[in-house]
Design a protein. Structure first.
Lengths: 288, 288
């Protein structure tokens, strides 16, 4: 069997190190689409793009772990076709007060669960990113869906939560993207050809290259910061989200937010025009 | 006197090394505006942004020399205010058949002339970029205008050449830019705050941050490659251009091209709507 559940569950991935500086932080922001549809001298743009007043969009916390997660392919007990992988869910927790604009960090990672979804398997991978002094910066939980690898008689995992309440959203934020947004985003590390190569996209059934799930994720985070954190990214402490459908670069992401408490909001996102949900069952955490 | 002409003329700058790879090459292309106003799956976009079929826009040749040129400020015999510096002219020659997408290079540089323009001085700096094997890749000539430093009784240098012939241009290429184009371009190395900081821009008399002259320059080069090289950047061998007026990010650069011979074209660029010339007295060299 291509996924040997007993071998894989609990297995640690190879630790990786990752260094970032202001250039990486700015490139990540530009990759999400900061500056698109906004004035380039808007303080909300400059705080993410100008090194003299730079703040990190905290969803950057997924970036350092990327090389680590790549270790899934080819780990002992995993023989899967990378083209069959879909990013199912992401849960980032920011563990520090303010994300540093420059850091050298180490990632450790472990497969915590393997779930059987029938049509596929879900690998749950937890990563922890610490700076060189050992201070925890980010915790991530990836849920990686591997098509065709289910049906092994395992547990299917908990059902999706974070359903929006039965009322209109308290906030609605529109975030435009560029038609070549994925080409910019991929410079932050995820060079999967699905996001740039029309032939590769067609091979897996897409009419054209799709936006990275984590690019959409960062924009949902940015919308929460704008609507619920007074545009102060240091107040954003986490986002647990499920990828329901891909965004096509150039589309406008519409994030709807329901305030549940001072520190928790339920989130859902769709794309303008198509009206399809792209992020569901999502919850963001905020510090007061 | 802030520029000691006798000391400065002929003086060599500190050599610098610069490494680049496909990420730098793609980031440069995105900084110029590749992908803006075009389909993201256009082969003309992908050849500059997708590592699997990557070609270098040859005007990238200015990028490796940037740190070297910064050595002008504070060199023996030069005491100038960096805010008084304007980029006057740029002459790049591509010395290799095809610009490598990955390279470790060394730059040497020398001030070859100091001209007296009355209202300012012009420092002419020649740089040579060679790869680690000693193979020449780029030659650049910078003409740096230093406001307020003229009137020392020196030669004023040759008058501008490369006047367009008295007929309509043979080619006209429109190149749109993003309103935050300069914010992307500056990640290629030139972080002068004039291109992002509204207060710094105002201090030197601009209503808002302006586009880097070398960003405009790269777009003029790109227009020549499109119109005269069948979109094959390896045929582009050089561009000698004068910066007449700055482009505001978001403007569309209109490059007009007159074919003089199989290997030489005269070039001029203005911005759509304002009709102001931004690049003048320019000539590009093409291989057949």
């Amino acid at each position: 069997m291509p996924i040997d559940v007993e071998k894989v569950r609990g297995q640690e991935l190879e630790p990786t190190t990752f260094e970032w500086n202001d250039k990486d932080v700015i490139l990540y922001a530009l990759g999400l689409g900061v500056g698109v549809g906004a004035s380039p001298v808007d303080p909300g743009v400059l705080q993410y793009t100008y090194e003299n007043q730079l703040k990190v969009i905290p969803t950057f916390g997924v970036v350092p772990t990327f090389s680590c997660i790549m270790g899934l392919i080819g780990m002992d007990g995993v023989e899967i076709n990378p083209m069959m992988i879909l990013h199912g869910e992401q849960n980032l927790e920011v563990l520090c007060d303010e994300v540093p604009t420059k850091c050298r960090a180490t990632n450790t990672a472990k497969v915590t669960e393997v779930w059987d979804k029938g049509k596929g398997a879900v690998l749950v991978v937890e990563t922890l990113t610490k700076d060189d002094a050992g201070k925890p910066i980010f915790r991530n939980e990836y849920k990686i869906f591997v098509r065709g690898e289910g049906g092994f008689g395992g547990e299917s995992g908990p059902p999706p939560g974070n359903k929006p309440p039965d009322r209109a959203a308290d906030f609605k934020v529109e975030t435009p993207t560029l038609e070549h947004q994925a080409i910019i985003y991929r410079l932050s590390g995820d060079r999967n050809p699905l996001h740039i190569d029309p032939q590769m996209a067609a091979m897996v059934g897409f009419e054209r290259p799709i936006l990275h799930g984590l690019c959409t994720y960062g924009n949902v985070g940015r919308a929460v910061i704008e609507a619920c954190c007074g545009n102060d990214p240091t107040k954003f402490k986490g986002l647990d989200a499920r990828f329901a459908s891909p965004v096509i670069p150039g589309e406008t992401i519409v994030t709807e937010i329901w305030k549940e408490s001072d520190t928790e909001v339920i989130v859902k996102a769709n794309v303008k025009g198509r009206g399809i949900d792209v992020v569901k069952n999502a919850k963001a955490t905020i510090s007061v």
